[in-house]
Design a binder for this molecule. Structure first.
Ligand code: NAD
Length: 323
């Protein structure tokens, strides 16, 4: 048992969070994380419209009686989402935890607070974490440079970012970026976090609703097999290295890149269809973190979380049992 401010805030047994994963964090995965004692967030934008999100929330409730939340990402998109309606559905369905990401969630906080929703804001710099605390967020998930997806533009690794965030904030923090096992959990706690977030590691689990090839790819590839795309647009994304990524980098290398130039390659719908559904790992972009180097199998979420907790407890005992 590792009781922290994060387990207390969410009412879960284990200080392990499955953050938003576009197209992947759906009821199957999030309920499995919840049933394994962790905290899971389903990603709102994975659902074509707010009513589809409502149906998924109800489905997830059928699959677990434990707490779970919803991720709302405010990054640039090719298809602008109707955020107010997604938020309204979350409130109507009694969601008590929302993970925001990508942009300052301040415009939505009064509505969320009035509905008794706790907000954990995911960000990639100390200054944004400080701002999140100032505007009334209940916790922060701080995302180091190792992370999959959008790790920001500052390139500060978790080893530095987590203690700096701890020093700057009073509210609970979750360490994100580079975490995949029990050693990472102990490190996160040692650096001052109250829990750890995993993304890529959860994609390589039995319950993740993606093609088997994607899971095997995460096992086979290592810490050197990611690339940073969209740096030229200041919307950097860490992804699995493949030929589509090389094409995007080639276009970006020519300079003066516009989103229109690379949209056919980076489109989320392309990723959903070709990568996640058809399992063609060479044909689209897949967010993936450097922690691929630590992923060696495809367990169930329960097996994964049991193992992480056992390893964390063993590490604490062996390394810190006495001084
Ligand atoms: P999408 O198909 O709308 O866009 C594809 C990619 O292009 C995304 O990375 C998006 O941020 C980027 N993009 C779109 N318009 C842009 C613009 N005008 N300027 C710069 N970049 C632009 O995205 P999707 O796959 O449907 O995902 C929906 C949202 O979820 C996006 O905002 C995406 O960034 C986000 N997402 C976040 C993560 C993460 O790590 N937090 C991972 C995957 C997706």
């Amino acid at each position: 048992m590792l009781k922290t401010r994060i387990t207390e805030m969410f009412g879960v047994e284990r200080p392990i969070v499955q953050g938003g994963l576009m197209w992947i964090a759906k009821a199957e995965l999030t309920s499995a994380v919840a049933n394994a004692g962790g905290m899971g967030f389903m990603t709102a934008l994975s659902f074509a419209d707010p009513e589809a999100l409502r149906a998924e929330i109800r489905k997830c409730r059928q699959m677990t009686k434990k707490p779970f939340g919803i991720n709302l990402t405010f990054l640039p998109t090719l298809r602008p989402p109707d955020y107010p309606s997604y938020i309204q559905v979350c409130i109507e369905e009694g969601i008590k935890f929302i993970e925001t990401a990508g942009r300052n969630p301040e415009p939505y906080l009064p509505q969320l607070k009035a509905a008794g929703v706790k907000v954990i804001h995911k960000c990639t710099s100390v200054r944004h974490a400080v701002k999140a605390e100032k505007i009334g967020c209940d916790a922060v998930s701080i995302d180091g440079f190792e992370a999959a997806g959008h790790p920001g533009e500052d390139d500060v690794t978790s080893l530095i970012l987590i203690p700096l965030t701890r020093d700057a904030l009073k509210i609970p923090i979750v360490a994100s970026g580079g975490f995949a096992d029990g050693r990472g959990l102990v490190a996160a706690l040692a650096l001052g976090a109250d829990g750890m977030n995993m993304g890529t590691r959860f994609v390589a689990t039995k319950e993740a609703p993606v093609h088997e090839n994607v899971k095997k790819t995460l096992v086979v590839h290592g810490e050197l097999d990611t690339r940073l795309i969209m740096r030229t647009l200041r919307n950097t994304e860490r992804v699995l290295h493949n030929p589509v990524v090389d094409k995007v980098l080639e276009i970006e290398g020519k300079g003066n890149t516009r989103i229109e130039d690379i949209a056919p390659y980076v489109s989320g719908l392309r990723g959903k269809q070709k990568m996640l559904e058809e399992g063609d790992t060479q044909a689209a972009v897949l967010s993936a973190g450097q922690c691929m180097g630590l992923i060696r199998d495809i367990p169930t979420c329960k097996e994964l979380l049991d193992r992480i907790m056992a390893q964390a407890e063993a590490v604490i005992k062996e390394r810190f049992g006495r001084v």
